[in-house]
Design a protein around this ligand. Structure first.
Ligand code: AMP
Length: 525
């Protein structure tokens, strides 16, 4: 099945309902959205892009993004959404790897993109988001026939290590991701609203699908990105609005909500339905603060490109059920398996581990990717006996709640003991002078590795902050887990999706060589 049938259906049932808004203005209703998509599909065909061929989308969030995406599907082609913040050379690599015939991007970037494509000897054609080159063609009346296992979206992983891999998602995965949202996160009725402050090219973008299926409204912020105050205004304007946010965005949204509350006599944000957070660790201290400032509007999902947005869920109900005896443990977890997937913890030999034991998180179900694009070896390494090995370490409790510890490569082994950076980070974040923290291992002759904490201090870092944090850790975690070194920095290195780049921190440590002092330092190395 071609997913574009969802749009066809919404346009038949609800032609006049608003489909896409730009900021606070309706940009297209469902009839208009579908018509633009049919024109886009026809222009693709006229330009020689046939079913199964790839079209790269390289642009910031804008209403035309959704037309280009659905138009690509309507024509039976495969969308390759690429984060607009990538370097032109990184884009060129993805265009080459995916074999994209066309790159859709704002006109202002065409010159640099043309140069990067030429440098990589690629012949892909550049197009603008609002119009395709070539002769005018009558709209393509019906979506091209596609099998549910045919590629629909190539999702290039964020590449916090090495080259990105092209996760191949077919209609099957996108459908199950949508069904899991409706069954496990929240239901959607016609007119419900989804804001898109996070890049449409990444996981959060998949959450526009349930809103097309159900004839809801997808709102692209006028800023094209994330701005806490703008999200507050959009929710108040459109009402019943949800959005997906990485933990760093949640933190910024909470700051904006706190500021707004101070201006308006303590009033909480209006018009919010659910803020779905995920994509990286949410620390207990942060979610507790978010709940106190914003109110009971949060749900968490855990997923990865290879099992898009769909491994576990911590529902609003669980998050708000403060009377539950294990409530804080549950809040610190990533919840239970989403509907229609199985989650299991496995050891290095693939054996299933019982509740309470730590091992690699594995997931099985129709939402798991078809494989990596043109990379059979990587696919075989990731999917074994039908299970996707996520590379995340975690444990399930007796009630099926999953606690994530870390990516297996982030584990620190010191003096023969495993130290999960996340535990140390959680402990440090409860100190009032710690705004953000990332913990890594540093090679050490005596211990194998020692724990190093990169800390962004709240306000100016006091001269004795390292000593204060050491005392704080001694009061909260086992002695051997506490950092041996503190590095005070003004900000943490993050990728374009806001994930902390521990690989960069490890490079910084390696570059420091033997000079391993622990005195607080004021600036980023
Ligand atoms: P990506 O494929 O770029 O979306 O990255 C997926 C990875 O982000 C996962 O394998 C986890 O390591 C991490 N991640 C995603 N969701 C969560 C979450 N809710 N809590 C902690 N880590 C998460």
């Amino acid at each position: 099945m071609n997913l574009a049938h969802w749009l066809e259906r919404a346009a038949l049932l609800h032609p006049q309902r608003p489909a896409i808004a730009h900021g606070q203005a309706v940009w297209a209703n469902y009839a208009e959205f579908a018509l633009r998509v049919k024109h886009w599909a026809a222009a693709l065909r006229a330009g020689g892009v046939g079913p199964g061929e790839r079209v790269a989308l390289f642009m910031a969030n804008c209403p035309e993004y959704l037309v280009a995406l659905w138009g690509t599907w309507w024509a039976g082609a495969v969308a390759v959404p690429v984060n607009a913040k990538l370097h032109p050379r990184e884009l060129a690599w993805i265009v080459g790897h995916s074999g994209s015939r066309l790159v859709v991007s704002e006109a202002g970037r065409h010159a640099e993109l043309r140069a990067a494509l030429a440098e990589a000897s690629l012949a892909a054609v550049l197009a603008e988001p609002h119009a395709l080159p070539g002769p005018a063609a009558p709209p393509l009346g019906v979506p091209a026939a596609r099998d549910e296992a045919d590629a629909a979206w190539l999702f290039y992983t964020s590449g916090t290590t090495g080259r990105p891999k092209g996760v191949t998602l077919a209609a099957r995965q996108l459908r199950w991701c949508t069904m899991a949202y409706l069954a496990s996160v929240q239901s959607v009725a016609p007119g419900d609203v989804m804001l898109h402050p996070a890049p449409l090219s990444h996981g959060g973008g998949l959450y526009h699908l349930p809103y097309v299926l159900q004839a809801g409204l997808n709102v692209v912020p006028a800023s094209g990105g994330f701005d806490g105050a703008e999200c507050l205004d959009l929710a108040a304007h459109w009402r019943n609005a949800s959005f997906f946010a990485a933990p760093t965005m949640v933190r910024r949204f909470v700051d904006a909500a706190r500021e707004r509350a101070q201006e308006r006599g303590g009033q909480r944000p209006e018009g919010l339905a659910t803020i779905v957070y995920g994509g990286g660790p949410m620390y207990l201290a942060d979610i507790e603060e978010a709940l106190a400032v914003v109110g009971p509007h949060f749900a968490q999902i855990y997923g990865q490109g290879e099992s898009p947005m769909t491994i576990t869920v911590l529902t609003r109900h669980v998050i708000n059920d403060a009377a539950q005896p294990n409530h804080r443990e549950r809040l610190a977890s990533v919840g239970v398996a989403q509907s229609m997937v199985e989650v299991s913890i496995r050891d290095a030999r693939g054996g299933a581990l019982p509740a309470g034991e730590r091992g690699e998180v594995c997931v099985r179900g129709d939402v798991v990717m078809q494989g990596y694009w043109n990379d059979a070896a990587a696919t075989a390494a990731a999917i074994r006996d039908g299970w996707l090995y996520t590379g995340d370490v975690g444990s399930l409790d007796a009630d099926g709640f999953l606690t994530l510890l870390d990516r297996s490569k982030d584990l620190v082994v010191s003096g023969g003991s495993n130290i999960y950076p996340r535990e140390v980070e959680e402990a440090l974040l409860t100190h009032p002078q710690v705004a953000e923290v990332a913990v890594i291992g540093r090679r050490d002759e005596e211990w194998g590795e020692v724990v190093v904490a990169y800390v962004v201090a709240r306000g100016p870092a006091a001269a004795d902050l390292a000593a204060a944090l050491d005392t704080h850790c001694l009061a909260h975690i086992a002695r051997f887990k506490r950092p041996k070194l503190y590095r005070f920095v003004t900000e943490l290195p993050k990728n374009h999706y806001g994930k902390v780049l521990k690989t960069t921190l490890r490079e910084w440590e390696a570059a420091r060589g033997e000079a391993a002092g622990s005195a607080p330092e004021g600036a980023t190395p």
